[in-house]
Design a protein. Structure first.
Length: 582
């Protein structure tokens, strides 16, 4: 390959790949062991060290290489691409590109374009060994097309240049869409009739070549391809030689080119090869040029169609199957309705609770019961030490005897004033003795009714002082319970009086007890770091095994709702509150 032709080809590649800043083409020497710089773009590029580095990296990896953003943060940023070119196991060379840095991932598109561009290089270095004039013709054809401003002008220029270069009578260019070909350009004609019979037959010939995925040449006695549509053009319109070459981009057919000559000018192998290489190079450019001129709505539609095709394809089957299952699950859960129940911690309490308090100040002498014990009405629960009261009673009795003696003496002496004073002292002593006797009667604390002791354990406080009014025991009856539900403030709006529910106690997890909401406390209080409302509920048909103080979990039936709402209403409520706070 000559340096002149390599320079021309590298310029074409840099035009095809957008945002190219610099490029280098290195080829293998005759010994096949070293590489030398054959072409660079732009031609006045002074420093190719960066491109040489990516070439070395590509050779070390022996595969396409990509190096993003190698510049310093305060400098312009670039992406480097390197592609090794092999002919079988023979290394032909390396092409390196320096592109402006892009946030979007474009590696696949750049490498695909490079692979298509170097295809002719493999052919040029192969067994054919055509001269540089052959490939210069290809590059010249492409350069003429790249100089045009619009997609329509590119098609006209392509047809005109092929007609001139290959001495054809007519060349038709068609687009392949919706499984059918349509002629969109005719050489040396800016306008033409789409319904003309010849154009319809040419479109059929293009479909014939595309369906067989091969080049169709007429006449060609060695060909095994179907040529029915091509032969019909020969019979009806007098063109003796036809050549149809399909155009591919990204593994898909985008159209075809049909060349028509007289019978005396058949298509040689070199001509067929030139058309194949030229169209293989220009196909990506035609696709990008057409897409660039389309309306924004059309571009969006194409992208959506591609994404939908990827979504419905077989790639990433497990991920798609999981996503489909998740969507179906959410759909079913949003339609399926179930019972919505408010869950809250529950405590069992007696409907009636009495306290046993110390009637007088004194010292604890005995404690017969403690929390959890069952007592009968009148049963001794505890007693206070009566020694101090007995001494007080003896003291008062002595004073009373003294006052009575003095009273008799005053009465015998006729001292009426003293008689009255001592009489009052006698009455006072009698009252104090009566008070002491009553206190002695209260030192024994008895159960006010049959029940269970729910609070109070004085067995470890014997001999300790107690104050008057100090609560020693709490007693609840053995029947008649209420349930206290601690409902979180975020759920209290769903609870109303009269709603039914169920209760499961920690001590009896296998049994469920029915309950009914009776009263909702209008004041919230803090419990375990949460604001809760006390909700009172009644318990019907309570078994004898129940005891006040038992804890469990209660659930209140608050209507019916979709499963999705039941599972997500807490999160939705938190999200609404968070949005409102902002």
């Amino acid at each position: 390959m000559s340096a002149r032709f390599a320079q021309q080809w590298l310029e074409i590649v840099c035009r095809i790949v957008p945002q190219t800043e610099a490029a280098a083409l290195m080829v293998s020497d005759a010994d096949g062991k070293t590489l030398r710089l054959l072409a660079k773009w732009p031609e006045n590029l002074a420093d190719a060290a960066e491109l040489s580095a990516i070439c070395k990296l590509t050779l070390d990896k022996n595969q396409p290489s990509y190096m993003p953003n190698v510049a310093k943060p305060d400098q312009r940023q670039y992406d480097f691409f390197g592609l090794p070119v092999f002919d079988g196991s023979l290394l032909l060379g390396v092409i390196a590109l320096k592109l402006e840095h892009s946030v979007a991932d474009r590696r696949a598109a750049v490498f695909a374009t490079l692979e298509q561009s170097v295809e002719w290089w493999r052919l040029a270095q192969g067994r054919l060994q055509q001269n540089d004039d052959f490939y210069s013709s290809v590059v010249g054809l492409l350069a003429a097309c790249f100089e045009q401003n619009s997609y329509r002008e590119v098609l006209i220029s392509l047809g005109t240049e092929l007609t001139r270069m290959l001495s054809c009578d007519r060349i038709a260019i068609g687009e392949f869409k919706d499984n059918y070909s349509t002629v969109v350009a005719i050489s040396n004609n800016a306008q033409f009739d789409q319904q003309a019979n010849l154009l319809q037959k040419i479109a059929d010939a293009m479909d014939e070549a595309i369906e067989q995925d091969s080049v169709v040449v007429v006449p060609d006695v060695k060909s095994v391809s179907i040529q029915r549509a091509h032969q019909e053009i020969v019979r009806k319109y007098g063109y003796g030689s036809l050549l149809t070459v399909p155009m591919l981009h990204d593994g898909k057919f985008i159209g075809a080119v049909t060349l028509l000559r007289s019978e005396e000018q058949s298509f040689a192998k070199e001509t067929v090869l030139l058309c194949q290489q030229a169209l293989a190079l220009i196909s990506p450019y035609l696709t990008l040029k057409k897409l660039d001129e389309q309306a924004l709505s059309v571009k969006i539609g194409i992208k959506l169609k591609q994404r939908l095709a990827e979504l419905m394809g077989v790639k990433h089957f497990k991920v798609k199957l999981t996503a489909l299952g998740l969507v179906l699950f959410l759909l079913i859960s949003s339609v399926w309705r179930s019972d919505f129940r408010v869950t809250a911690n529950a405590v069992l309490e007696g409907k009636i609770q009495r306290v046993v308090a110390a009637p007088i100040s004194g010292f604890l002498q005995s404690a017969a019961v403690r929390a959890g014990d069952t007592v009968r009405q009148g049963e001794l629960m505890a007693s206070l030490d009566d020694a101090e009261l007995q001494l007080e009673l003896s003291k008062l009795d002595g004073q009373l005897q003294k006052f009575r003696r003095e009273y008799r003496e005053a009465l015998s002496g006729g001292d009426l004033v003293k008689v009255r004073v001592i009489s009052a002292q006698i009455d006072q002593a009698d009252a104090e003795m009566e008070l002491t006797r009553q206190q002695l009667q209260k030192i024994n604390l008895a159960a006010p009714f049959d029940g269970v002791v729910i609070e109070g354990d004085l067995s470890q406080k014997l001999g300790s002082p107690v104050e008057r009014g100090e609560i020693l025991f709490k007693i609840a009856p053995l029947e008649g319970y209420r349930i206290i539900l601690k409902v979180d403030e975020s759920l209290i709006s769903y609870v109303q009086a009269g709603q039914k529910g169920s209760l499961v106690l920690a001590s009896m997890p296998s049994r469920t007890f029915p309950l009914q909401v009776q009263k909702i406390t209008a004041v919230a209080k803090t419990d375990s770091g949460k604001n809760i409302f006390r909700v009172e509920a009644s318990l019907e048909n309570a078994p004898e095994l129940l005891r006040p103080g038992m804890e469990g979990v209660g659930k209140i039936a608050a209507g019916r709702a979709s499963l999705l709402w039941i599972w997500s209403h807490d999160m939705l409520a938190w999200l609404r509150l968070w949005i409102w706070s902002w």
